[in-house]
Design a protein around this ligand. Structure first.
Ligand code: 0RA
Length: 670
């Protein structure tokens, strides 16, 4: 989301009563002086203007955006009832908003009880919104269910036009009061309702809508209601299509419904083999409602499950989510056992194992939703737990039996997560037992203990490690030889990486801990120097090590503790003198500068192992002669991009990242 003012995205619609407390306080003081007559007044729209927070959450940007959601929700209700399939939402240049649907139109005839036009009842009486009208709707969205009258109360002006029974009827209001009585203004064969409102600047801190927030919510609505086409026009913004000048128009229509939603969530991620088509199933229980699931695993290690009840994003979860979690854990364990993928002696996979890498949309539409929790975004209906669970146990199990290939991929991934989780638990146990007492055997530590003075050389290969151990100044230089390549952290998760011995050795030697446990002040060395061969393999190992630091110990880079050693590429000997050369360019220059008949020999170092300890010391380890590259990282980039690019799942952004940062490496002569 590009905006910051309301600090939320499409979930703003379910954001609840954030601003209620303050508002209620003010009104409460006044309430002390009310007599019976006043209380009656308070039951009308005046109450809404006195305590807007109670009805729309707040008078800040969040509450403002709620106005649009409330009006759109009414049209969505009409669509859910099967009478509308198109909703046009337009934000005009002056931040007024028009919502037009092609439903039946709000009834305009005299209301039998109230003796005024039903249209007026709907717009001026609290709670006379969607459910009003005898038969009513089967299901109804709208977080507060307060209806369009609340929007009317909080608008400096509201115009409504109803197309019904061959005619067009219009009314206008100001701050909830009729300023233009109902009248027929024309004829039409169409049906529908059109509402235009101007949020009251006397009520709202701001009356400017955020395009992305509205777009995101409308898109979500279209995903959740596949029969609805939502056309969003923002007249404040220019068209993105040069061929069609005019305002910005975006169309949201998803024939695939939540299947399209889950694909959208997984955009830019690698989905598991055979799962390019998401898993979809549904269950209905006449007296309760309908529940739909769309799920698709990707190769990341985090879960994105979005649960909705009557189009409301239930961010606090609830019974639908509980039933789902129980169901999916059972189905995957049953499958793993019956297909001998999980051995008899092995423990079951945990919920977090089976849901790792899962993107899932749950949408339940029920007749009488009960919303609970702090922000009224937790579904409370107990009957939904069983419905959700049995839906998953049938739907998912059936899918897996019919699609053995993706089924195996899903279970394989979950099993991997389980094993890794268990390895981590073991690792943490041993860590606790060891309590940094024993350092890895391969580490040739230095004798000084002051991290400001000490250095750790991470050296590729045992033979170079041997030379480095002989060459070093043991008081302040420690050597850690790495055997072969280290695990490719690019693709493994934190848990899995910890089962690698090399990684463990590294972590123990450095002393800082990793991830959330990282503590820079525990670093045992303030210079950690990566020393690899000057060839492709060396470059690869260096990349893997840098990736390791980027991912698990970014703080080491932030503190400037990570360096890259620069071993020479050549040794140029002329007569009795010799020089070490660090690049092809310099070599050419040096040779060109030699007197014409000079005799010289060039030795090319393919690896560190070709240097004897003295040479290694002289060229690469001795502080007054060596050149170290300090690895630097931009702070903003760290916060923003490391997580998505490096922690992410696609290889390209990661490669780009490392390539980008390779350039940020700067020379440092010590
Ligand atoms: C009450 C009763 C009927 C429809 C509506 C309200 C209605 C409200 C809104 C709000 C926005 N768009 C709407 N469309 C319809 C049922 C009328 C009938 O039985 O024909």
């Amino acid at each position: 989301m590009a905006h910051s003012t309301n600090g939320t995205n499409s979930n703003a619609g379910s954001a609840g009563n954030a601003g209620t407390a303050g508002r209620a306080g003010t009104a409460g003081t006044n309430a002390a002086h009310y007599d019976e007559k006043d209380i009656q007044v308070l039951e009308g729209l005046e109450a809404v203007r006195k305590r807007p927070g109670m009805y729309i959450g707040s008078t800040g940007p969040r509450g403002l955006h709620h106005l649009i959601y409330e009006v759109v929700d009414n049209s969505i209700d009409e669509a859910m009832a099967g009478f509308a399939d198109r909703i046009d939402v337009t934000i005009h240049e002056d931040n007024s908003v028009t919502v037009l649907d092609n439903g039946r139109g709000i009834p305009v005839g005299k209301h039998p009880k109230m003796k005024i036009p039903t249209l007026e009842v709907v717009l001026t009486i609290l709670h006379a919104g969607g459910k009003f009208g005898g038969e009513g709707y089967k299901v109804s969205g709208g977080l507060h269910g307060v209806g369009i009258s609340v929007v009317n109360a909080l608008s400096s002006r509201l115009e409504v036009e109803v197309m019904r029974d061959g005619g067009i009827w219009a009314m206008a209001f100001s701050q909830g009061k009729v300023i233009q009585k109902i009248s027929q203004t024309g004829k039409t064969k169409k049906t529908g309702t059109k509402t235009t409102f101007w949020a009251d600047p006397e009520v709202f801190e701001t009356t400017v809508y955020d395009h992305d927030t509205i777009a995101s919510r409308l898109r979500e609505m279209a995903f959740l209601n596949k029969n609805v086409k939502i056309i969003f026009t923002d007249e404040r913004m220019p068209s993105e299509d040069a061929e069609a000048p005019g305002p910005l128009v975006e169309v949201y229509q998803y024939a695939g419904g939540i299947v399209d939603f889950v694909k959208y969530v997984n955009e830019g991620k690698n989905v598991l083999a055979g799962l390019s088509k998401p898993i979809y199933f549904t269950a209905t229980q006449e007296a309760v409602g309908e529940i739909e699931f769309a799920m698709q695993w990707n190769d990341t290690h985090y879960e994105t499950t979005l649960a909705f009840a009557n189009n409301i994003h239930t961010t606090e979860g609830g019974t639908h989510l509980e039933g789902f979690k129980n169901g999916i854990t059972r189905v995957l364990n049953d499958y793993a056992r019956s297909h001998s993928m999980l051995k008899e002696k092995e423990d079951n996979m945990a919920g977090e194992d089976v849901r790792s890498g899962l993107a899932c949309i749950i949408s339940v539409k029920l007749r009488e939703p009960q919303f609970e929790g702090q922000t009224k975004t937790k579904l409370g209906n107990t009957e939904i737990r069983a419905l959700a669970q049995s839906a998953v146990m049938q739907g998912l199990a059936e899918y897996m039996e019919e699609h053995p290939n993706p089924a195996r991929e899903i279970v394989k991934k979950a099993l991997e997560e389980k094993r890794v989780r268990e390895a981590v638990r073991k690792y943490k146990d041993t860590q606790r037992k060891q309590k940094e007492t024993s350092l890895p055997g391969k580490l040739a530590d230095c004798s000084l203990r002051d991290p400001e003075l000490t250095e750790l050389y991470i050296v590729e290969g045992d033979s170079a490690g041997g030379s480095a151990k002989q060459a070093r100044e043991r008081s302040f230089q420690a050597i850690l030889p790495l055997r072969g390549k280290i695990l490719n952290i690019e693709r493994a998760n934190l848990h899995r990486s910890l089962s690698s011995e090399t990684i463990n050795t590294l972590i123990t030697a450095l002393g800082t801990g990793i991830g959330d446990d990282f503590a820079a002040e525990k670093a045992r060395y303030h210079k950690v120097i990566i020393m690899t061969d000057a060839d492709v393999d060396g470059a690869h190992i260096r990349t893997l090590l840098l990736t390791f630091f980027f991912r698990f110990m970014p703080g080491m880079i932030e503190h400037g503790y990570i360096y890259i050693a620069q071993p020479p590429l050549y040794r140029l000997a002329v007569g009795r003198k010799h020089t070490y050369i660090y690049s092809d360019e310099t070599l050419k220059k040096e040779i060109a500068q030699l007197p014409p008949v000079s005799k010289y020999t060039i030795q090319r170092y393919k690896g560190l192992g070709e240097m004897d300890p003295e040479q290694l010391w002289e060229t690469t380890m001795e502080p007054s002669h060596r050149t170290l590259l300090q690895v630097m990282m931009d702070d903003a980039l760290l916060a923003d991009k490391v997580v998505s690019d490096l922690m992410g799942d696609q290889v390209e952004p990661r490669k780009e990242f490392i390539q980008r940062h390779a350039k940020d490496v700067r020379f440092l002569d010590i």
